[in-house]
Write a protein that binds this ligand. Structure first.
Ligand code: SAJ
Length: 422
């Protein structure tokens, strides 16, 4: 089939490359000229394991190319962002413009698929009427379905292939046809249902994770107050066959988990109470860490230098979207009295990319381990201790070995461990 994919971001591009290497011809459409130029030269501009090779293979084979506008095809897949607005409701502007952009190229019998994470009802009640008004009755003139992605950045290509998927059709024929299409590269099971159920499913997967992380963050605060180590509680409680406590941390980032629960809350604000509270609990974590930083540097007179290790929303990715660490660094600056020096080779945040850890810790009053990137695992703690003005670390990820850190002469503080308050 000829497939036209609208949006070549973290999901659209890998999906395009998969279809293009599994028997289909793909044209990817994006508004960003840099993405188009790179792709047509067989290159990519994001960091994702194996994606560069796959894209190069497809472009060389002639089955994948990019353009700045849609063209006629058998299938249209919309993979655009659905950002969140200040009032915590979904901004469907790009879903709308993406949908409208395909209308001039649409023919009867085509398949239209939405992949973007969207509030329940978006496919049937938002996209459907736009296409209907343009003369294409969904289910009658065109097939239409919602088919959410569920991949983890850093493992996108593996998960695109191996994960199970849900396809929500506007009718049964749409669901079955789209299921067959994705079978070209999906090795996991594909389950079919209606579009709104599939939308709710996608949102609930991330909400489940968000609520569980909030529970872990609440536990971390409780344990700090009670002189207990939350990480030990989690480790041992998870030995129970039906318990899977998540991990505390400086907050929840990324464009999925920190956003998706709001898309359910916006539809049912009076009912979705736990989801709302969990979001607010996780959003409070950067403030909580800020208070800890203030506490640990309270004795320092003059500017307090904080060396922040990691600024991405999670380890080993080059993505800073909704990163709680970015928020924390901004808060430190707004406070006054703090100098924050960030080290992160995955992204360039105020010079973080080329900064050396041992240079950055010089004269610092606290090292904050904010993101557990692999390269921060085995540092020379003695060297760090010698360079610092106040030799102490705050580990927000339970990443370092307390003994190794303390043997080097550094004081070790762990988020969620109230050992000094026992
Ligand atoms: N985090 C914690 N504690 C934990 C787990 C995560 O604080 O125990 C934090 C991370 O540090 C990070 C944030 O949560 O800031 C989110 O990271 P993540 O690895 O949990 O998830 P994402 O946002 O990278 O990807 C999620 C995945 N959803 C689920 O695992 C249910 C992925 O499968 C989805 O495809 C993706 O959202 C998406 O696109 O919706």
């Amino acid at each position: 089939m000829k497939i036209c994919i609208i949006g070549l971001g973290y999901i659209g591009l890998p999906t395009a490359a998969m279809f293009a290497t599994h028997g289909h011809t793909v044209v990817g459409v994006d508004v960003n000229q840099k993405v188009i130029t790179a792709l047509n030269e067989g290159r990519i501009i994001i960091e994702e394991p194996f994606l560069d090779e796959l894209v190069e293979k497809a472009v060389t084979k002639g089955t994948l190319r990019a353009s700045n506008k849609p063209e006629e095809a058998d299938v249209f897949i919309i993979c655009v962002p659905t950002p969140i607005m200040p009032d915590k409701t979904a901004d469907l502007t790009y879903v709308e413009s993406g949908t409208r952009s395909i209308i001039p190229y649409l023919k009867k019998g085509n398949i239209v698929i939405l992949e973007s994470t969207s509030p329940p009802g978006t496919t049937r009640d938002f996209m459907g009427p736009i296409l209907n008004d343009a003369g294409f009755v969904p289910g009658q003139d065109i097939l239409m379905a919602y088919c959410p992605e569920r991949v983890l950045p850093g493992r996108i290509l593996i998960e695109l292939k191996e994960n199970n998927r849900v396809v929500g059709g506007i009718d049964e024929k749409s669901a079955e046809t789209v299921k067959d299409l994705y079978k070209s590269f999906v090795q996991g099971d594909i389950y079919t249902t209606d579009a709104t159920t599939a939308e709710m499913c996608k949102l609930m997967e991330n909400t489940y994770r968000d609520v569980n992380i909030a529970l872990a963050n609440e536990l971390a605060k409780i344990c700090e107050n009670m002189g207990v180590n939350a990480w030990k509680v989690i480790e041992f409680a998870n030995k129970h066959p039906r318990v899977n406590l998540h991990m505390p941390g400086p907050g929840v980032g990324g464009h999925c988990i920190a956003v998706d629960p709001w898309f359910i809350v916006e539809k049912q604000p009076d009912v979705a109470k736990i989801m709302n509270l969990a979001r607010n609990t996780n959003d409070s974590m950067p403030h909580y860490v800020l208070d800890k930083i203030k506490e640990l540097t309270g004795t320092v007179s003059g500017t307090k230098k904080i060396c922040v290790l990691g600024v991405t929303y999670k380890p080993n990715v080059d993505d800073m979207r909704e990163s709680p660490v970015v928020e924390l660094v901004h808060m430190l600056k707004e406070q006054g009295g703090f100098e924050a020096v960030v080290v992160d080779g995955h992204v360039d945040f105020e010079g973080s990319h080329d900064r050396d850890v041992y240079e950055a810790v010089k004269g610092a009053h606290l090292v904050l381990l904010a993101v557990n990137h692999n390269e921060f695992k085995s540092l020379d703690f003695k060297r760090i201790k010698e360079a610092m003005n106040l030799p102490q670390v705050l580990d927000t990820r339970n990443f370092w070995d307390v003994k190794a850190v303390e043997e080097a002469g550094l004081r070790y503080h762990l988020l969620g461990w109230g050992r000094n308050r026992a």
